[in-house]
Design a protein around this ligand. Structure first.
Ligand code: PHE
Length: 462
């Protein structure tokens, strides 16, 4: 193993990458997008995007990383030319921006563990007041960043891989217990029906775009997280089957999150499923009410368990977000890993402060900016989501795939994918990638990028 370190096994890599993928996006984002997107039909479109569009992007990222054995910027220098490393730089910028707000939300989840753990279900009655308490949120976020930085500072196999191998099984166990519990509640079946039986009349352009954006973010694509993780993967491992397993784990856990949450909504609405589309408040407002309703020790255990699992899911993602800039500093600027970690964690924590105080504490950051033809100002955190998640990730994904097929060249990519995978040559997947990677996927992602920018920032289109 080189001095850069590496994963100790294929399972270690898969656990870490699946840990990156599984996060707030699955447990917080997915259910509320499903609620707003009309239920099962959103799930179907989402699944289609995950496999047809996102899986090839994931395969390309891992292959680029493993072939170059370098961080997100160094990989483009090595396989292409310095002129192309702006793709990696864009990725690092996206990662830094995403982590800056992601840590704030993870801090809320951590705060809920403490509040609900001490029997205070009332936090949810005044969620706005809770998030506006900048000092407390700052402390929760600080501890979350500390945990993230500690894991990354321990390196690849004894930090990132080990954490994922402990947290992921724990998460799955806790989720399955929660699913079983929520299915025993009255009216839970109405929730299941809403979640699982599609109604095609709900399909519209916005649902399709949201499903695509959600899939991309949830799979941690478009910013080099998987280039970085791929760079620590051994040559004898099979990239394709690993990518399929990572995608299945991500989709599976998002699916479980729905199975856990919609029956709860069935219960609380007495089966009417009214207002299933509760948006981002779903997890932080609606669910705690349900836990409070359950009451007593059971309510506390179930409620605390839920927010604890949300923290675990978020932690393996924040770790991957921090590793992207850290790997860059270590490889390219010869930083000591520990120094790189604490420096980056500090900078990103500070960059997150405007997102933190933009939830009611600071008027300036709460009503930060107005765009997209709306007269409602957008808070700082949502602004960063619009820029980094919604715009930079599809753009980054488009550039990465374009680079893989046209600059690094399809045959090099093919050769990398065939390593550790004797059955790849001549397979159906190879044929699909041959046609999809150079043209179909970059085009689709470019369209998504342009349409998203036009509609979000200029109020044009969908
Ligand atoms: N995939 C993570 C989630 O669903 C977020 C993430 C995005 C992590 C990009 C790393 C890179 O929460």
């Amino acid at each position: 193993m080189s001095s850069r370190g590496g994963f100790s096994s294929r399972i270690g890599f898969i656990a870490a990458a699946a840990g990156s993928a599984v996060g707030l996006g699955n447990i917080w984002g997915f259910p509320y997008e499903v609620g707003e997107g009309g239920g099962a039909i959103f799930v179907l479109i989402y699944l289609f995007f995950c496999f047809a569009l996102c899986l090839p992007v994931m395969i390309s990222e891992i292959a680029i990383g493993r072939s170059a054995k370098k961080n997100a910027v160094g990989a483009f220098n090595k396989l292409g030319h310095r002129n192309w490393n702006f793709i990696g730089k864009l990725g690092i910028l996206s990662g830094v921006l995403i982590l800056s707000f992601y840590n704030v939300i993870a801090g809320w989840a951590f705060g809920y563990v403490i509040e609900i753990g001490s029997g205070n279900f009332k936090v949810a009655d005044d969620f706005g007041g809770f998030t506006a308490d900048a000092f407390r949120m700052g402390v929760y976020g600080f501890f979350f960043m500390l945990a993230t930085a500690y894991i990354v500072s321990q390196g690849i196999s004894s930090g990132i891989e080990k954490a994922a191998k402990i947290l992921l099984p724990l998460l799955i166990f806790m989720m399955i217990s929660m699913v079983i519990y929520s299915l025993t509640l009255p009216d839970s079946m109405a929730g299941l029906e809403f979640y699982l039986i599609p109604d095609f009349s709900d399909v519209n352009g916005k649902v399709v775009f949201n499903a695509m954006g959600q899939a991309f973010f949830s799979l941690s694509l478009g910013m080099g997280a998987l280039i970085t993780y791929g760079s620590y993967l051994g040559k004898s491992e099979n990239i394709i089957s690993s990518a399929v397993l990572i995608t299945l784990a991500d989709v599976g856990i998002a699916f479980l999150a729905g199975l856990m949450i919609f029956p709860l909504i069935g219960y609380i609405t007495g089966g009417t499923m009214e207002n299933a589309g509760r948006g981002p408040a779903l997890i932080f407002v609606t669910l705690p009410h349900i836990f409070g309703d359950i009451g007593g020790m059971t309510g506390i255990v179930v409620g605390t368990g839920f927010f604890l699992l949300l923290c675990f899911a978020a932690l393996t993602s924040t770790v991957s977000l921090l590793e992207v800039p850290v790997a860059y500093l270590v490889d390219e600027l010869r930083f000591d890993r520990k120094k790189a970690v604490w420096l980056m964690a500090g900078i990103i924590y500070l960059l997150g402060l405007p997102s933190l105080v933009g939830n009611g504490y600071s008027e300036f950051f709460t009503s930060f900016i107005t765009y997209g033809g709306s007269d409602q100002p957008v808070d700082f955190l949502s602004f960063i989501v619009n820029v980094a998640n919604d715009s930079f990730l599809p753009l980054g994904g488009c550039l990465i795939v374009f680079f893989a097929s046209h600059i690094w060249k399809k045959r090099n990519l093919d050769a990398e994918l065939a390593e550790g995978n004797p059955g790849y040559e001549g397979s159906l997947l190879q044929k699909y990638l041959k046609f999809a990677l150079p043209y179909l996927i970059p085009l689709a992602l470019a369209v998504i990028f342009v349409m998203t920018v036009l509609s979000t920032f200029f109020g044009i289109g969908i």
